[in-house]
Design a protein around this ligand. Structure first.
Ligand code: ATP
Ligand code: MG
Length: 328
């Protein structure tokens, strides 16, 4: 148990959310750069339950890191799921989890995505290409089709949970991370703006199901395209909730965006959940179909900031040093 933690060398902080912080780390035996998400859970029983659930949900990918040690390095830091029975290439890989004794927190060891989140790009103010968004639509729908086929929901689709790789990968993160935090930390999500991506039926406290994830995808695409979430201008929880339920539906401006993109977003953003198409149906929409083939590496390489590039160089140097000092 303790060994996974001891095998990790923490590097820099990647970001912070409501639940805790995410750190970049080097898994020394394999030479793989990973992301470690720390979630504070004081109750020991709940912590153990979450470990079991996360392992069941994602399959035992901890073995993937171990296998890496035997099969040599893949310095790209990305994983392939060719023969893996559990998983989707559109879901951020989950390797394993460990308990941090000093802080009573869980460390979730995740695949490191070197292109940051869709939200990082939105905040940086780089105009986001429609080709990137159609790629995001295709990849997130593929992830949702997989998750929904397992009779699960994602529950937290939003731009900060769409992670990019500089080789053009787009994956959804935080699958299964919020199942327990969901109800109890609803207060926390109030302050992070998570509810600004929530479907009206969920906010109303009615039952919700797969279509709630589709709504969140629609808002995420719209918010990334126009640079802000239309509901985020309201500061108070109840104002956001009221706006989502009662204001006219947000729309993309016909001047700035293609017909296919606007039509796609309109299909996702229907107040009546039953009217929203399923992930599988939306994969046949022309906007999503266009994202199937887009080669994104050049687009993303341009999006990467100079700071990102120099951080990447530092990391590669750290990786090199670690290999020299830990020949395995
Ligand atoms: P919330 O806590 O409401 O879910 P969030 O998604 O922003 O918000 P985290 O999931 O803790 O919070 O992630 C914080 C940031 O860390 C993300 O915005 C992203 O930039 C970065 N990040 C998270 N996971 C990874 C990863 N696997 N690889 C690279 N960066 C990551
Ligand atoms: Mg997240």
């Amino acid at each position: 148990e303790g060994s996974l933690r001891q095998d990790l060398v923490p590097l820099d902080e990647l970001g912070r959310g409501a639940g805790g912080c995410v750190q970049r780390a080097l898994h020394v035996p394999s030479g793989v750069i990973v992301a470690v998400k720390k979630i504070a859970i004081d109750d020991e029983r709940r912590r153990k339950q979450m470990v079991l659930e996360l392992r069941a949900l994602h399959g035992l990918k901890g073995t993937a890191l171990a296998a890496r040690v035997h099969h040599g390095l893949d310095t790209s830091g990305t994983t392939s799921h060719g023969s893996s029975p559990v998983g989707s290439r559109y879901v951020v890989d989950f390797f394993d989890t460990y308990v941090e004794p000093a802080t009573n927190s869980l460390g979730l060891v995740l695949e490191f995505m070197n292109g940051g989140s869709l939200n990082d790009h939105r905040r940086r103010g780089t105009p986001v290409d429609e080709r990137l968004l159609s790629r995001v639509a295709f990849c997130v729908l593929s992830a949702l089709a997989y998750i929904h086929s397992r009779r699960e929901l994602h529950r937290d689709v939003k731009p900060s949970n769409v992670l990019l790789g500089l080789r053009g990968e787009v994956k959804i993160s935080d699958y299964g991370c919020h199942r327990h935090l969901d109800e109890e930390s609803s207060l926390a999500s109030t302050f992070t703006g998570t509810i600004a991506y929530m479907a009206p039926e969920r906010i109303a406290g009615l039952g919700y199901s797969y279509p709630a994830d589709i709504w969140s995808l629609g808002i995420s695409l719209l918010a990334t395209a126009v640079g802000r979430n239309p509901y985020a201008k309201h500061k108070v929880y109840w104002d956001v909730a009221h706006a989502i339920q009662n204001q006219p539906l947000p729309k993309l401006n016909p001047d700035g965006f293609s017909h296919d993109f606007r039509h796609f977003v309109d299909r996702c953003l229907q107040k009546d959940a039953r009217q929203r198409p399923s992930a599988t149906e939306l994969l046949r929409h022309p906007f999503a179909r266009a994202g199937r083939r887009v080669g994104l590496a050049p687009v993303l390489a341009r999006l990467a900031s100079p700071a990102d590039r120099s951080r990447l160089a530092t990391m590669l140097a750290a990786l090199h040093d670690a290999k020299l000092t830990n020949p395995s």
